[in-house]
Ligand binder design. Structure first.
Ligand SMILES: [Ca+2]
Ligand SMILES: [Ca+2]
Length: 385
């Protein structure tokens, strides 16, 4: 029987060494397992931290957006809204501040001057959303919560400032415009007329105004029609007025449209704004428009094409037409208080006036439109960080 005692010394050492190595290997495996388990736990914890942080960051962003939306809602109700307030979103909070650039002693557009004319129509909203943050009594953040986040939304707004004026009751962009005046039941009136038909406070304007020599338009009125165009300068009241960039004016007003017809040919009867309640709207027809039946309204009516007034029409405000204007006979009276502007038709008569048509300059109607439609704000920019 062979025992270790019979082994040479060097062989004995070699065997012991091999056993020790095996033991070390076993120990090493255990250590690796322990380390791997530890890494896994740390990794899970880190992942949870990241998830929680992402949730909190998202809550802060949502809060900052909600705060800005709250400011817009308040401005829609009361355009004079300024100041600071807090919106509580059931945990997350938003600190909202609305500043009127025209009135804050600050050079908000960075042009070197504070509160100058350029800044007068602008507002800014800053909404700082915070999630999981403790605040002290003075509103300062306390550094106690493990995870917290804040996010800022900045919105720049511009007030709508509408300053439409009229220099006549009916403006024709072309002194060579062809009219078709039928009968003598119409009245184009440059004398200021209130909505109730009484005399208004402003000075009389021409009934028809055009760019260039008005003789061509005057000559199209028969003798029994000359006193159907009244206002500044006697009968017929047709005069040269300041050239208007009608296309640019119409393009600017289209931005405010809340009622749209998509063209190329639309028909409508009903209300375009609330005439009775004096609530104006901007209507934009992107093609030809036929108004049939009973139509009434208040505001601005823009037509990129020809307009046919077929039924009864009762309107306070401004009518802009890029094509022909046809007040067709029959179907009841057509009544516009405010002003009417046309570029003229591509072919055929530019303006047809047939039947009971009353077109009167009305400073009251124009002021109503300017005031009521100037109360809105438009978003110039919106960013969140
Ligand atoms: Ca300012
Ligand atoms: Ca400035």
């Amino acid at each position: 029987m062979r025992t270790n005692h019979h082994l040479p010394l060097h062989e004995l050492r070699r065997r012991r060494s091999r056993r020790a190595n095996a033991l070390l290997l076993a120990l090493g495996a255990t250590t690796t397992l322990v380390v791997a388990g530890g890494t896994l736990l740390v990794s899970i914890a880190q992942e949870r931290t990241a998830t929680e942080q992402a949730i909190v960051a998202a809550q802060a962003r949502d809060a900052s957006t909600s705060g800005a939306e709250d400011a817009l809602a308040r401005l829609a109700t009361d355009p004079a809204t300024v100041g600071s307030w807090q919106v509580d979103l059931g945990g997350p909070l938003a600190d909202v501040t609305v500043v009127d650039w025209g009135d804050n002693d600050s050079d908000d557009d960075g042009d070197g001057a504070a509160d100058e004319a350029d800044e007068q129509t602008y507002l800014s909203v800053v909404s700082i959303g915070r999630a999981n943050e403790l605040l002290d009594g003075a509103g300062f953040a306390l550094d106690r919560r493990a995870r917290r986040a804040s996010s800022t939304t900045e919105v720049i707004l511009q007030r709508t400032v509408l300053d439409i004026s009229a220099n006549q009751a009916v403006y024709v962009d072309d002194a060579n415009a062809s009219f078709k005046f039928s009968g003598s039941a119409f009245l184009i009136n440059g004398n200021d007329t209130n909505l109730d038909g009484s005399a208004g406070p402003s000075a009389a304007l021409p009934g028809i105004g055009t760019v260039g020599n008005p003789a061509g338009i005057k000559s199209q009125l028969k003798s029994n029609q000359k006193d159907k165009v009244i206002g500044l300068g006697g009968n017929p009241s047709v005069a040269t007025v300041t050239d208007i960039d009608l296309t640019a004016t119409m393009d600017a007003l289209k931005q405010l449209a809340t009622v749209e017809f998509n063209g190329p040919d639309d028909s409508f009867s009903g209300e375009l704004g609330d005439l009775e309640g004096e609530v104006p709207v901007v209507t934009w027809a992107k093609g030809n428009l036929k108004l049939n039946g009973n139509t009434s309204g208040c505001g601005v009516l823009i037509v990129d094409g020809d307009i046919d007034f077929n039924g009864t029409f009762d309107y306070a405000g401004l009518v802009y037409v890029s094509g022909a204007v046809r007040f067709n006979g029959g179907g009841g009276g057509k009544n516009v208080r405010g002003a009417l502007f046309t570029l003229g038709a591509v072919t055929g008569n530019d303006i047809t006036i047939n039947g009971s048509v009353a077109l009167a300059y009305s400073s009251e109607a124009i002021a109503l439109v300017n005031t009521q439609l100037s109360s809105g704000v438009q978003i110039v920019s919106w960013r969140r960080r």
